[in-house]
Design a protein around this ligand. Structure first.
Ligand SMILES: Nc1ncnc2c1ncn2[C@@H]1O[C@H](COP(=O)(O)OP(=O)(O)OP(=O)(O)O)[C@@H](O)[C@H]1O
Ligand SMILES: [Mg+2]
Length: 457
C-alpha cells in the first residue's frame, strides 16, 4: 500500500530559495515540485496536482497575486501560502483577502513554515472529512429522518423496513432519547398507512383516571365534566398508526381491556352503548427493560406477548460506532437552517470530545448540545470552548474511571485505577500507594508489567 504523500508546489524565481525549500520539505516527507515563475507554475499544476502551493509574492511576468487568483479560480480549496520579502507585507495582507491561507516573511523560519503547513493540512483534512459526511448524508439520507450507519442501527433500519411492509404489532424499546418515537414515525411514514394519521399518546403523562377516556373517548354525560362527546385516540388514529408511549405506565386493569380491543378491532367509548370499529396499527414503546416490567407486574404478560410479536431494541448512542460525526453534521445542517447560522462543522479535537462522551441522554442530548453550539459559534468551525460546560469538564475536575459492566476485566480496571491515581498525585508513587492502600513495591511491579505489555489494555 502506498502512503498518501502530500505534494507541494514551490514557486520562486530565486533558484537558491527553491533549492533550500525543496531540501527542507523533502526532509519532512513532502513531495516537492518547483517552478521559477507563474507560467511554469501553471504547467506544474496541470501535471502534478499539488495539494499545497507555496509561492513568492514577487515573480517575473505574472505577480504572485495574479497567480493566487488563478490558483483560486482553478481550485478554491487548494491552500496557497505566500512568501514575502521586506516591503511587500502590505501586499500579503491584501492577498489574504483574496483567499491566500497564510503568508510567511522572508527569510523563512523553519518553525513558521512547518506550523503554516501543518495548519493548512489539518484544515484540509477537516474539510475533507466534513465533505465526506455531507455526501454520506446526501447519498443515504438516513431512514425517514433517522440517521446512522453503525451496525447496530443498520439492524434497526432493517427491522423498520420489515415492519413497514406488514401490519404486525410492534414494541420499540430503548433508553430515553434513543429515538423510539422516531422509529414509530418511520414505520408509519414508510408503510401504506403514511396517508393516514400518526397519533401518539404518552401513558406516563396522563393521569391514570383519564387514560381510558383519552384512548377510547367518551359519550356526552359519561361522567362529571364530560359535557361533550369526545372521540378517543383510537378513533382519531383510524387508518393510521397509534403510538402508545410508555406502555408499562398504563394501569394494569386497563391493559386487559386494551388487549381485548386490540384483538377485536373495536372500541367502546366510555359511557357508550355500542362499539366503534377502527382500523389502527398499534406501535408501543417503553424505556424500561421490558422483561423487568413484566416481572414486576407493570406490564401484563399476555399484552406483552401480543405486542412483542416484533421488538425493536434501540441501542444507546455510545454503542453506535461511527454515528456521532454523522449525527453532528446532520444536526449542524438542521440548526443552520433553523437559526440562519453558517456553521461548517466541528474541529477535530472537539469531535474527539463529542465521540468520547457517554451521552446518558442519547441522541436527544447530542442534538440539544449541537443546537446550543451552533447558535454560539454562528459560523465557521465549532470549537471546544463553544460546547456546553459538562462536555468540556465532564469530570468536574475530579478524575474518575468508568467501568462498563460485562465489558471490562478486573485487570483493566486495576490498571486504569493505578495509572490515573498516579497522574492525579503527579506521579508520586508513595502517595499513590497510600491512596490505593497498596505497597509501593506492588505499584512498581505493576508499572513494569504495563511497560512490558502496553497493548494489554
Ligand atoms: N437516529 C436518529 N437520527 C436523527 N435524529 C434522531 C435519531 N434518533 C433520535 N433522534 C432525535 O432525538 C430526539 C429524541 O428522539 P425520540 O423522541 O424519538 O426519543 P425517545 O426514545 O422516544 O425518547 P423518550 O424515551 O425520552 O421518549 C428527537 O429530536 C429525534 O428527532
Ligand atoms: Mg419518546
Amino acid at each position: 500500500m502506498q502512503l498518501d504523500v502530500t505534494t507541494i508546489l514551490v514557486v520562486d524565481d530565486d533558484a537558491t530559495m527553491r533549492e533550500v525549500l525543496t531540501v527542507r520539505l523533502e526532509d519532512w516527507g513532502y513531495e516537492v515540485i518547483t517552478a521559477a515563475d507563474a507560467s511554469e507554475a501553471q504547467v506544474a499544476l496541470e501535471m502534478g496536482r499539488p495539494s499545497v502551493v507555496l509561492a513568492d509574492i514577487v515573480l517575473p511576468g505574472m505577480s504572485g497575486l495574479d497567480l493566487l487568483r488563478h490558483l483560486k479560480a482553478d481550485d478554491p480549496d487548494r491552500p496557497v501560502i505566500l512568501m514575502t520579502g521586506h516591503g511587500t507585507v502590505d501586499l500579503a495582507v491584501e492577498a489574504m483577502k483574496d483567499g491566500a491561507e497564510d503568508f510567511l516573511t522572508k527569510p523563512i523560519e523553519t518553525e513558521k513554515l512547518q506550523a503554516a503547513l501543518k495548519a493548512v493540512l489539518a484544515d484540509m483534512s477537516l474539510k475533507k472529512r466534513v465533505a465526506q459526511l455531507d455526501s454520506q448524508l446526501e447519498n443515504k439520507p438516513g431512514f425517514a429522518g433517522m440517521i446512522g450507519r453503525s451496525e447496530a442501527m443498520m439492524e434497526v433500519f432493517a427491522m423498520v423496513e420489515l415492519l413497514a411492509e406488514n401490519e404486525a404489532t410492534a414494541i420499540v424499546t430503548g433508553a430515553s432519547g434513543t429515538g423510539k418515537e422516531l422509529v414509530a414515525r418511520s414505520i408509519h411514514a414508510l408503510s401504506r398507512r403514511s396517508g393516514g394519521p400518526f397519533v401518539a399518546i404518552n401513558c406516563a403523562a396522563i393521569p391514570e383516571g383519564l387514560i381510558e377516556s383519552e384512548l377510547f373517548g367518551h359519550t356526552k354525560g359519561a361522567f362529571t365534566g364530560a359535557a361533550q362527546l369526545r372521540r378517543g385516540r383510537f378513533e382519531l388514529a383510524d387508518g393510521g398508526v397509534l403510538l402508545l408511549d410508555e406502555i408499562a405506565d398504563m394501569p394494569v386493569n386497563l391493559q386487559t381491556k386494551f388487549l381485548r380491543i386490540l384483538e377485536e378491532g373495536r372500541v367502546r367509548r366510555v359511557g357508550g352503548s355500542r362499539d366503534v370499529e377502527f382500523d389502527v396499527r398499534v406501535v408501543a414503546s417503553t424505556n424500561r427493560p421490558i422483561d423487568e416490567a413484566v416481572q414486576r407486574g407493570l406490564l401484563r404478560e399476555d399484552l406483552y406477548f401480543r405486542l412483542a410479536v416484533f421488538e425493536i431494541r434501540l441501542p444507546e448512542l455510545k454503542h453506535r460506532d461511527g454515528d456521532i460525526p454523522l449525527l453532528v453534521q446532520a444536526f449542524i445542517r438542521e440548526f443552520n437552517q433553523k437559526h440562519g447560522t453558517r456553521v461548517e462543522g466541528v474541529r477535530a479535537d472537539t469531535m474527539a470530545l463529542l465521540e468520547a462522551h457517554h451521552w446518558p441522554g442519547n441522541v436527544r442530548e447530542l442534538r440539544n448540545a449541537m443546537e446550543r453550539a451552533t447558535i454560539v459559534a454562528r459560523e465557521g468551525w465549532i470549537e471546544t470552548g463553544q460546547l456546553p460546560l459538562f462536555l468540556r469538564a465532564p469530570r468536574n475536575g475530579d478524575p474518575t474511571i468508568t467501568i462498563e459492566i460485562g465489558e471490562t476485566t478486573a485487570e483493566q480496571v486495576e490498571k486504569e485505577l493505578i495509572l490515573k491515581t498516579l497522574k492525579h498525585v503527579k506521579n508520586n508513587k508513595a502517595e499513590a500507594a497510600r491512596r490505593l492502600d497498596l505497597d509501593v513495591k506492588t505499584i512498581r511491579n505493576k508499572l513494569k508489567r504495563y511497560e512490558e505489555d502496553p497493548a494489554e489494555v
